[in-house]
Design a protein around this ligand. Structure first.
Ligand code: PHE
Length: 446
């Protein structure tokens, strides 16, 4: 890879990394998990996990990328003579491929709802109608498939443009738009009757609800939302400029990620409670409930258009960061041009996405371990691939990579605070491997 390719500016770096991190994870996955995993109890574990576990892991991925200027597979190969380590990079590339497959189906839902909001609007439909329309839509199989394919083609278009002209540019424009829209929706939700009930649900700590499933869900969500454990941040780290402070960048991103997830939760749950919708409905929560909210609110059609556009923006700025590591891998390891790599990988992802969409059709036989392919990939990546990937990345950075390299990357050659480096290293070498080790063993034996 050309070592000189980096993000062009500080703002561009934050927008690109923020664009990856802030996505359907915040707006679609976080609300349905809060709803189904115990509200505030989930939130507490999630926040702790983000700050104490996800932040150091993100710093590690970024530093591996910036030091090697390589794709996830190449980064491990360059830093250790033992070939086995590069398998961690390969596992990451497979994981991100699987995530992209089901992610594009959800992003496709957003595209379809955006279209509905524009051409038909939501007003005048009852809750049964809205829910049965959505089921019908999923049951066609071809409609969600087509929408997912459109989404993949759009992502491919951005990634073909390269780092500065494609990825960085689109993020610099779209991320501020996203922020404005979500803050607007949050402010609107104050006016709903269910606002205080939603606040209680999200903010009144109920420690009795913290069980093993809450913890599992919170860990998986922290990795998913921060794009960790599969090398997406190694890939972006490769474009981080030498003068950027990795700890500062990571903390900014982590806080932004938490803030957007909370804003999304606060924007969505008042509607859920106002209109008596079940918080535990799972992955379809926002798609089954929000159209109803829009159908009943003043200017609901207009807000619906804006909202589904927001979901689309959040999704595409993340999906480019899923495609990029795989493309980087094919370019660097198989010597392909960017355009060829993008077309090749997007075609494979398209096939996987269609399988995911058809697996959701009622009575579909596309079932793996008792779940449809969509749910299986969503669960298995969060429960296994990401935590295992993250565990190995942490062991590698803490115990295998030379100390000097890590020190130089974290402190920018000693120019930044040493004490931060000290805490980072403690968490990296002892705390996180212990916690993740217990987590992984518990998952395996459950
Ligand atoms: N973090 C993204 C989100 O919250 C999803 C993602 C996962 C992006 C893996 C890149 C890699 O939606």
């Amino acid at each position: 890879m050309d070592k000189k390719i980096t993000f062009g500016s500080h703002f561009g770096t934050i927008a690109a990394v923020g664009g990856s991190v802030i996505g359907l994870g915040n707006i679609w996955r976080f609300p349905y998990l809060v709803g189904s995993s115990g509200g505030s109890a989930f939130l507490i574990v999630y926040i702790l996990c983000s700050l104490l576990i996800a932040v150091p892991i993100m710093m590690s991925e970024l530093l591996l990328g910036r030091h090697t200027r390589s794709n996830p597979f190449g980064a491990f190969r360059k830093l250790s003579e033992y070939k086995i380590w590069s398998m961690v990079g390969l596992l990451g590339i497979i994981t991100v491929f699987c995530i992209f497959a089901f992610y594009s189906v959800v992003a496709g839902w957003a595209i379809s709802f955006f279209k509905t909001a524009i051409f038909e609007g939501f007003t005048g439909h009852s809750s049964q109608e809205i829910s049965s329309n959505f089921k019908q839509y999923i049951n066609t199989g071809w409609q969600p498939s087509l929408a997912a394919l459109i989404f993949i083609v759009l992502t491919a278009g951005v990634v073909i443009g390269g780092i500065k002209k494609g990825i960085e540019r689109i993020n610099k424009i779209l991320m501020p738009v996203l922020l404005v829209i979500i803050v607007g929706l949050f402010i609107y939700s104050f006016s709903l009757d269910g606002f205080s009930q939603a606040m209680n649900f999200l903010l009144q700590p109920d420690f009795s609800k913290i069980g093993i499933n809450t913890i599992f869900a919170a860990f998986g969500q922290a990795f998913f939302s921060m794009s960790l454990g599969m090398g997406a941040m190694i890939a972006y780290g490769a474009y981080v400029r030498p003068e950027t402070s990795i700890p500062r960048l990571t903390l900014t991103i982590a806080l932004a990620d938490l803030t957007i997830a909370l804003l999304a939760g606060f924007a969505i749950f008042p509607g859920v409670f106002t209109y008596g919708i079940e918080p535990t409905s799972g992955p379809t929560l926002i798609f089954e409930t929000l159209p109803l909210v829009f159908s009943m609110m003043p200017a609901g059609n207009f807000i619906g258009i804006i909202f589904f556009f927001l979901v689309f923006i959040a999704a595409i700025t993340s999906s480019v960061s899923m495609l990029e590591p795989i493309v980087q891998f094919v370019m660097q390891e198989l010597n392909a041009t960017r355009a060829k790599a993008v077309v090749f990988i997007s075609t494979l992802i398209g096939i996987a996405a269609v399988l995911c969409a058809y697996s959701q059709v009622e009575n579909s036989s596309l079932i793996v371990f008792g779940e449809n392919i969509f749910d299986f990939l969503n669960d298995a990546t969060a429960k296994f691939s990401m935590p295992i990937g993250a565990f190995l990345i942490v062991i590698f950075t803490g115990w295998v990579v030379q100390k000097d390299i890590v020190y130089k990357q974290i402190t920018n050659d000693g120019r930044h605070s040493n004490s931060l480096y000290f805490y980072y290293r403690m968490l990296l070498r002892y705390f996180i491997p212990a916690v993740l080790g217990v987590f992984i063993l518990t998952t395996l034996f459950n």
